[in-house]
Design a protein around this ligand. Sequence first.
Ligand code: ADP
Ligand code: MG
Length: 398
Amino acid sequence: MTAFKTLDDIGDVTGKRVLVRVDLNVPMIEGAVSDRTRIEAAMPTIRELADKGAIVLLLAHFGRPKGAKNPTQSLSLVTGGVEDVLGHSVMFIPECVGEGAKAGIAVLAAGDVAVLENTRFYPGEETNDPAFADALAEIGDLYVNDAFSAAHRAHGSTEGLARRLPAYAGRAMEAELKALDAALGNPAHPVAAVVGGAKVSSKIDVLRHLVSKVDHLIIGGGMANTFLAARGVDVGKSLCEHDLVETANAIFDAADAAGCTIHLPYDVVVAKQFAPNPPTRTVNVHEVAADEMILDVGPAAVEALADVLKNCRTLVWNGPLGAFETPPFDTATAALAKTAAALTREGSLISVAGGGDTVAALNHAGVARDFTFVSTAGGAFLEWMEGKVLPGVDALKD
Ligand code: ADP
Ligand code: MG
């Protein structure tokens, strides 16, 4: 596992100003935080540092203010939510650099927690301007990054600051990195990957990377249609990127060369209209009619895929197997997710999943809690699946 320091290595923080990069990019309804998941995720780190007597200074972005101050995207709007979850008072400091920030911090005592203003109010944040990162570093003694979801961006509060102050991974970051390492870094083999979703075009780099890493690549969702078309299957009116058939063939070849088995559905659920509960047929992939769409993987294929998972030790999952938002096309995703959950509970499988729609699909199937780890970090999770170096993580390495 990549070496990085955690809160276990941080030493005595009493009275020290610890800049903690967290994810406070929470959804709001009528001025109130409507989903506290991200605030809750940061709590173990915030509480641990506050309990150890640090002056905890929370840095985060909120929305896309594009380098200008905008009162509707002020983190003052989120401070009350942080206070509620933490259970004691949290100060808001209306700057995150300069004299204003220093004056706000000067009145804080050991164990206090403060939210600093939106880092993206400053143009130097997203350009990773050295002068801005220097200014951030001036207001703190130590740096903790607990926002994996922002780690794919080389910004001042992610990469820049980690290169200027002693830097540590927070507890949520640490858990995420450990889970991802167990899934693709140093996994127990055999490893299976499920990749689904609408389009091949959005996940070409994911597929390319996975064939070199996993033993079984299970392709489902709309993107499977492009691979079926590459194999000469007539997919009718299904979503299919015919211009990517060459790309699909290159991925088949790369899988062959790497000893990775690609699994495509051999039976599918089709309909003539994409609407809730339309008339459907379950057919062999070679029997799709010209006016039909493939909207889910069929039951025979799901059973075969369950057998693949039973023989695997590790699973990484991104993308639903079917158009899961529209019943009954959630069936295959829910069934395979339940198998993965059961194998995880039995202790025979390490299961890691991520992606906006994937998390929604696993919640819908009621199994998200049974997976070993479910990442809510959209873009960062996908870039990690592509094998990219995440600048915010890279900067934590010692
Ligand atoms: P994630 O957000 O987890 O990365 P994606 O955004 O790649 O997942 O894919 C999710 C979308 O793919 C869903 O909206 C789902 O309806 C769609 N999808 C899955 N299978 C099909 C299919 N056979 N035809 C059309 N759309 C599909
Ligand atoms: Mg999506």
